[in-house]
Ligand binder design. Structure first.
Ligand code: EPZ
Length: 418
């Protein structure tokens, strides 16, 4: 299994460019089967979740191609199966997004309960409840979910929770239904707006994304499209926190500051200057930061759960005490114990973590437990005194391009072994 070896203590200097957002690209790949024509996605990240999604599309009969420059081409004219392969579906939460698009295209879909990061129960009841409201017949046995869209019709649906995936799945399930479907209590993440823009560029009639009520007016068919997904706000936020932890001057290119405004609001201005300008974010960090007294993860535009672990690493070397409350997922504090191996002082109780800032962290042998927790350990190792070894970095590879290629360009001493 691969590992990262990181020698900490260097300030950052230089520019890091952000690629297309993982959590948009995966959804747009699922949506690409809504047309028989060619779909071209630009600036896609070279990460394993995208590889897995492309493998799933290939098993369904699609032709896919990925170029070195991040261009991904999907031709689903040969789409021949509605059965999402179990082994691949278990690797990837986003496999569930194919339910909506396969039902719209083939009127049938079969999937197993999806996999993904081990950060909580991650049920799909809201997805299934919404599909049933649309008149889709759903059978569940031996872990398989079989859906039949033959008698589906538009509906007015209220989601129990503003679930990102359920919002996206239901939008895709409605695109060809006669009439106007209304989805209420929707997620407001930028990736939902990106899906709306992508589908409308293909000829769909989706309105309201970014707000809590989305309408989808059914159309007969969708045509091909060439599209550039939004930048990855979580990767941009990860780099920003890294600059705050290591000190120095970092430019984050192809980044949308508005998408991480809740993070920027939590970074102490006196010791970390942040200047958004056009599609760049300039960060200048000097000295020890004050702890942020309270951080609560919330649905967008609140503080993102996907930056919680990275923020915990920053608080572990900030001056004072920070209380972090994780409101979205049940077990997303696994990284705390690994940070404590590096000298952090973190006490976890249920959905609350109390972080007492230490003078510094020290290099140690730690293990990535999930995608964002692994990223948090990389940041901690970059700021620590001494050498760290991070195992199980396949978790990190799911959402970050090879950091041993990227981070040395801004002064980080990191190598990949194995
Ligand atoms: C998406 O996951 C993202 N993944 C996650 O990013 C992100 O953390 C999450 O949204 C929240 O922003 C992708 O887009 C591929 P949810 P998703 O449905 O759609 C509960 C990362 O690190 N819920 O918005 O699975 C659920 O348990 C990943 O990039 C139900 O109860 O998240 C959670 O508590 C991790 N029933 C809350 O809603 C359902 O049917 C939010 O989940 C669905 C969700």
């Amino acid at each position: 299994m691969s590992k990262y070896i990181i020698e900490g203590g260097n300030r950052l200097r230089g520019e890091l460019d952000v690629k297309g957002a993982k959590n948009s690209v995966l959804t747009l790949l699922a949506a690409s089967v809504l047309t028989e024509e060619k779909v071209v996605l630009r600036n896609c990240p070279n990460i394993s979740d995208v590889d897995t999604m492309l493998k799933i599309l290939g098993k369904l009969g699609c032709k896919t191609q990925r170029d070195k420059d991040g261009t991904v081409i999907i031709d689903s004219s040969g789409l021949s199966s509605y059965k999402i392969p179990c082994d691949l579906a278990k690797e990837l939460r986003s496999s569930i997004f194919l339910l909506g698009s396969l039902l719209s295209r083939l009127k049938r879909a079969r999937v197993v309960y999806p996999g993904g990061c081990d950060i909580g129960l991650r049920p799909i009841d809201i997805h299934l409840a919404g599909l049933r409201e649309l008149g889709i017949k759903i059978g569940e046995k031996h872990g398989h979910i079989d859906c039949d869209c033959t008698h589906a019709r538009c509906a007015d649906i209220v989601l129990d929770l503003p679930s990102v995936g359920a919002t996206e799945n239901l939008i895709m399930a409605c695109v060809f239904l006669d009439g106007i479907s209304v989805l209420r209590n929707c997620a407001k993440e930028p990736e939902i707006v990106d899906l709306q823009n992508f589908l409308n560029a293909m000829g769909a009639k989706v309105r309201g994304a970014g707000g809590s009520v989305i309408t989808v007016e059914g159309v007969k068919s969708l045509h091909g499209v060439e599209y550039t997904p939004i930048p990855d706000r979580i990767v941009a936020g990860t780099y920003l926190i890294g600059a705050a932890m290591c000190g120095g001057e970092l430019v984050i290119g192809n980044a949308c500051a508005e998408h991480i405004s809740s993070l920027i609001a939590k970074i102490p201005k006196s010791t970390c200057k942040i200047y958004p300008r056009d599609d760049k974010i300039f960060v200048s960090s000097e000295g020890r930061h004050k702890a942020v007294p309270k951080i609560e993860t919330m649905y967008y535009p609140g503080f993102p759960t996907d930056l919680q672990a990275q923020m915990m690493a920053l608080q572990s070397i900030s001056d004072g005490t920070s209380v972090i409350v994780e409101n979205i997922f049940e077990t997303r504090f696994k990284t705390a114990s690994q940070l404590c191996k590096m000298g952090a002082d973190i006490t976890v109780s249920g959905s609350t973590a109390v972080v007492r800032g230490a003078e510094r962290l020290y290099g140690a042998q730690v293990t990535a437990t999930d995608l964002r927790g692994g990223a948090s350990l990389v940041l901690a190792a970059m700021a620590a005194q001494g050498v760290s070894e991070i195992d199980d970095i396949h978790h990190i590879d799911r959402g970050y391009e090879d950091l041993a290629e990227i981070l040395p360009t801004v002064g980080v001493r990191i190598s990949r072994v194995g």
